[in-house]
Design a binder for this molecule. Sequence first.
Ligand SMILES: [Zn+2]
Length: 381
Amino acid sequence: MKTVFSEEMTKFGEHVFNIRHQFREYRDLKETLTNEEVVVHVDYSENWTAKYSEEIQSVHFGASQQQVTLHTGVVYIAHDHWSFASISPSLYHGPEAVWAHLQPVLQEIQQRHPSVKVVHMYTDGPTTQYRNKMNFYLFCTCIFDLGFDQGTWNLFEAGHGKGAPDAVGGTIKRLADRMVANGKDIPTAESLFQALSSCNSAIKLFYVDETEIASVRLMCPSNLKTVKGTLQIHQLWTEERNNIWHRKLSCFCSKPAHCSCYAITRVKFPSAEEPRSDAVDHASKPTDICSSDAASTLHPTDVEQVTAATGHAEAAAECSVSVDSSSLDPNVVGASAGKGPVCMSVQDFYCRSRPKILRVTTVQPTTASRKRRVNKPKRYQ
Ligand SMILES: [Zn+2]
């Protein structure tokens, strides 16, 4: 019982540490943006239900009301910001849709701010939308297609990525509801886009139809494998097409170059022209390490894993209460859970984040395991 409690409190301490760290990096990044950088904070808003100003009973209570997807966000440049919303009749919120919604926004950034070369994305971390292999792949290909030189994708700790995009979504919905209350019918996503466009809102609007999502889907290879440790990833960094560096916490201490803090790890995705991953020659470099089974075949030089830099120990030391599993006092921890600083000790944290040495063995997947993988339901992780 005591062990279970201690484990839970250690996890909680790590969760709180991650929340605080990700918000601190987010704030510091926005305050130190150069003219070549932009921060884009996005999230899906809750779907809006299309409405008529006067509805007969069967429409109001029936299942015929169309839902509209709203993907909203704020773009931060040095000393300024602007907000946007993209509207779509498609209710699919997977990674292909994410990029169909992001493409017009990134093109708008290129037009408004031609000096920008680096995009820093910030999102919440749901596995069905942003925290999955397909989004990772599209990130390290699409931003180069759109003309940027470099990008980072930062995930807030799960459930803590709301904020400015939510406010934009709320504003859009209030505007739409007010128009309906004033007698305007808004029965579809397209009519919502037209109605909002006519009211000169400061929020930049985009319309994303099903064909745009379908065209992103065509860019996605079918043989991507899950990136090992996906659920712990809080930052991706790409400087080269099809290559990402990932780690469990965000860090910008050496920007514009990526630093080696927090056990950063490199992953190379197969390009669309390469053969299927089960035909990849594991002896050749760089190796595809996009799966847990492929990870066991890594050559040590393919993975750069470095222990945390001393500078981050200072940042972590801001958290003064240590959640040590052997000396937990529920009263102290409970009292600190509201507002006070709660964190594991720096030593505990870095012990857990220390990279594991991967064994170098060649494991060919058996025919049976290949079949199992083929028959698995499609999941994005
Ligand atoms: Zn760093």
